[in-house]
Design a protein. Sequence first.
Length: 156
Amino acid sequence: MEQPVPVPVFGVRNADLPQKTRACAYAVITNSDGLIAGVRESSGRLFLPGGGVEMAETPAQAVHREVREELGCRIQLARCIGQALMYFSNDDGCCQALYAAFYAGELGEAITPTHEHELEWASADQFFHPHHTWAAQKRLAAKAGSEASAVQPSTV
């Protein structure tokens, strides 16, 4: 029987504050230089493209919608590369719990002339949330592993 993969937890649950829970989904998109696609908020913080999952929406559907809204592009999703839980205290006096799913993806064609953010390519350690950095590093490691296994030495 296959063992369940443990979900990494980032941050600490503040039991003194009421908890708000939010399901989220993000795209982890790489380029040929080993950089990750990001969106920079007006606060200056860098995030993976994605966000909250709406009612009656799957995490994959949320990624498609969020990438369209944030970058004005289609996205092709390959697979879910992992899930993580992130705790942090927010400005309204609550402990926010983000249950996040991360998907490997490739950007498709531009479909809307207006969008919320410009695409920014960044190294994995530049993201604001540590669970975004974790997902970016995990994607880069998987990509490096698949490229290494694709190039097998020939035997004569």
